[in-house]
Design a protein around this ligand. Sequence first.
Ligand code: ZN
Length: 162
Amino acid sequence: MNWSKKYTQCRNCGTQRFPHKLFGYCTRCFHSVKRLEEVKLWNLDQPNTLKGYPRDINFHNPQTFERVKKGHLKQYKERLENIRYSEEKLQRSISGHDLEYKIREVAILSGVDGAKLFFGTADSFNRHFDAEQREVLYEKLNRITESVKWKGIDWNKLFFDK
Ligand SMILES: [Zn+2]
């Protein structure tokens, strides 16, 4: 059975777990793919290209424009890479380190210090769980992390990252 008319899986992340949205992309990837294409067309001298660009006059100078455009491209690409990476991870064998990292992520999402709570737990996951158990546990934890809605463009990061 085909995933979509033309594609067997998402063109970005390779998933079949999420439904097809448009143009060969799944429901999770499509938004970022679409935004990426729109942002690539942004041109300060052609206002009709500036879909989703801030209207505030302070943003309409070449320096700020470059920074905002670059930041948007980077963050949408990263988002697509992250989805792809987490999807690939589900196809591979899961190590104790993978589980430590994943449980830290869940803890951080709960608002607690995941790094502190679970630092060095990789060994324990390797000792107490065999390969299949690690896989099952990882898949369950991943359901939590992948259900968290992406917050979109991080403007702080955009302006204050190196
Ligand atoms: Zn996808």
